[in-house]
Design a protein around this ligand. Sequence first.
Ligand SMILES: NC(=O)c1ccc[n+]([C@@H]2O[C@H](COP(=O)([O-])OP(=O)(O)OC[C@H]3O[C@@H](n4cnc5c(N)ncnc54)[C@H](OP(=O)(O)O)[C@@H]3O)[C@@H](O)[C@H]2O)c1
Length: 271
Amino acid sequence: MAGALVRGMLGNQVAAPAQIWATNRSSDERLGGLRDRYGITVTRSKSDLAAASSILVLAVKPKDMAGVLRELAPLVRADHLVISVAAGIPLRSIESALSGVPVIRAMPNTSAAVQESATALAAGMRADAVHLAAAETIFRAVGDVMAVDEDLLDVVTGLSGSGPAYVYRLIEAMIHAGTDLGLDALLARRLAVQTLIGAARMLETSSEDPGALRERVTSPGGTTMAALRALEDGGFAMAIREAIGRAADRAREMADEFAGGEPAKRLAAER
Ligand SMILES: NC(=O)c1ccc[n+]([C@@H]2O[C@H](COP(=O)([O-])OP(=O)(O)OC[C@H]3O[C@@H](n4cnc5c(N)ncnc54)[C@H](OP(=O)(O)O)[C@@H]3O)[C@@H](O)[C@H]2O)c1
């Protein structure tokens, strides 16, 4: 995710290479790769990085967040903005670990790699409109950005954060069906992917809702109607509702684990 943000910001001239610093935990190869590819500054010193930066983007796995917050706590200033992309780590946990610092949570998705992320932002109690605008500028470089209240971020995680995987699963199923029924696999993939791109572009450019677009391509007694009946008989809409609900539940559980679990207890004990 960090690499996608760097690529998007540089590609869209949101920042110059000299303005971007990066660090990681252990992989010199990965860090060196970012430096060589993008001309940014890489360092092993979080202290140097924090001193040189005004915005700190925490793009670590949720399980690593407690360690990162512990390392950053003595280094952050009130004039920093901290942006976390970690799924399920609540603003209150980050704010209490980095006291006095404005924090924003972002939920992008993997399509940031091709600058087509759907990103939702939730501002913490110390983040103002200027901070939100700065975060929007960063994530606009990798796609579309929307601001939401934090209590909606779990549903956002279920819908768009994990959403690319549902679309990949749909395309995978379409390709399997096509090959099962006699199409060459590459041809089936090309047809399925272009169908997805075309439908997405129709949705993007049309003011009609998806249901109206669907009805317009569904002639009574035709092929599409036969297909849609089979989908609904198979519980399609119910399965999607269940999938997004379960992902949102898991995001909530992760927040509870972090807030009440070992990482939070360790942080509290150290304060
Ligand atoms: N990928 C997505 O589509 C997506 C979508 C939405 C949200 N997110 C969120 O984005 C976050 C990052 O995901 P990712 O897929 O980019 O993970 P990733 O490729 O595993 O990158 C995580 C990075 O965190 C670094 N790190 C871990 N502990 C550290 C520490 N103590 N100090 C400094 N760096 C540390 C790791 O360094 P080393 O490599 O050296 O260990 C690694 O470079 C996750 O929280 C995820 O929930 C991802």
